[in-house]
Design a protein around this ligand. Structure first.
Ligand code: ADP
Ligand code: TRP
Length: 321
């Protein structure tokens, strides 16, 4: 089984990225042949500064390796080291109906937030389809917001196969229901671009302050809170604390007697210790950038071999050979 996923170097990675995409991907490493990449071509639709892109790319590599990606087992690479994906994206775009892209929520959401769209942003799902199809991927672990893009990929692959003959493997999205959408500090989906994220790594003081700043309602500590499961700190605590501890906090909130300050303090402590091993590993890796670059180079060499074969098959199928 080929497992494939990607993440954009468009900002600092946060708990939504970790629980929605990174942890499921890392856990799947032993269940098949995993290909994970840093989607730097995709980041070009929203990041317009070269140094920023380079910096985020290195940071995503450090974050992923620190969190447990095993480069000896998993093929880990930079998307742009495989230029074949851009050629396949063109080929796929010619069998992609405009309506399919016009219906994509992620594009519509970005428009709604006032982003002035470029063609790359509109065509982004076609490049994503190329990423997935060029490695004969069977399963794609992603957060819920990316599910539609994997469905678009399936539609494009089916259309190409019908038009030009069986060429591509049809992939399946893999979504973890319990962490499909991790909420941010404002209760909306946690996102790099909404200013509501808790980063995986960073300065302790800053992160403590961020967690302590989560806005709660004005009910007094002693008042019972029958809606305790909806509390944002409880929802986040469930991700980073052992189940018996988060259940205990939830019950104490429900019956009354637990203050929001104490709850947020506990959330910070559990969050901080959840990532302590990864934090130490990240420091080691950051001191050894040559190693990180080598991992990405070796991964790219492996990925490129397969990408070349699948692209050639697609070229032949549609008469470019
Ligand atoms: P962002 O919205 O922060 O820019 P991306 O779109 O780069 O995040 O998402 C990278 C991966 O992380 C995707 O698989 C996405 O589904 C997942 N992801 C991002 N935010 C969340 C979230 N709040 N909850 C669950 N998964 C998320
Ligand atoms: N679009 C994905 C995101 O923003 C990143 C991505 C690009 C991706 N290509 C992919 C994810 C292929 C899975 C498979 O998160």
């Amino acid at each position: 089984m080929r497992i494939l996923s990607g993440i954009q170097p468009s900002g600092t990675l946060h708990l939504g990225n970790y629980f929605g995409m990174m942890r499921p991907s890392i856990e799947l490493q032993d269940q098949g042949e995993a290909f994970y990449f840093i989607a730097d071509y995709h980041s070009m639709t929203s990041v317009f500064d070269a140094a920023t892109r380079r910096q985020h790319t290195l940071n995503v590599a450090l974050d992923f390796l620190a969190c447990g990606l095993k480069p000896e087992k998993t093929t880990f690479f930079r998307q742009s080291d495989i230029p074949e994906v851009t050629e396949l994206a063109w080929i796929l775009s010619t069998v992609t109906p405009m309506g399919l892209l016009e219906r994509c929520h992620s594009y519509k959401d970005k428009l709604a937030r006032g982003i002035s769209p470029n063609h790359g942003l509109f065509a982004y799902p076609v490049l994503m389809a190329s990423d997935i199809l060029i490695y004969n991927s069977n399963t794609v672990p992603v957060g819920k917001d990316q599910k539609q893009h994997v469905e678009v990929t399936r539609d494009i692959a089916i259309k190409f196969n019908l038009q030009y003959g069986e060429t591509f493997v049809i992939p399946e999205p893999q979504i973890r229901d319990e962490v499909a959408v991790v909420p941010g500090l404002d209760g909306q989906k946690m996102s790099k671009s909404y200013g509501n994220a808790i980063d995986i790594f960073g300065d302790e003081k800053v992160l403590r302050k961020r967690i302590m700043s989560i806005v709660m309602d004005s009910r007094s500590p002693n008042e019972p809170k029958p809606d305790a499961e909806k509390n944002l700190a409880i929802q986040l605590l469930k991700l980073v604390a052992p189940a018996d501890i988060s259940t205990d906090f939830e019950n104490r909130l429900r019956v009354g007697g637990l203050g929001y300050g104490d709850l947020k303090k506990a959330l910070f402590e559990h969050y901080w210790s959840y990532f302590s091993t990864a934090r130490a590993k990240r420091e080691e890796l950051a001191a050894n950038p040559d190693y990180v670059q080598k991992v990405l180079r070796d991964g790219a060499a492996r990925a490129r071999q397969l990408a070349g074969e699948v692209l050639e098959k697609a070229r032949k199928a549609c008469g470019l050979r």
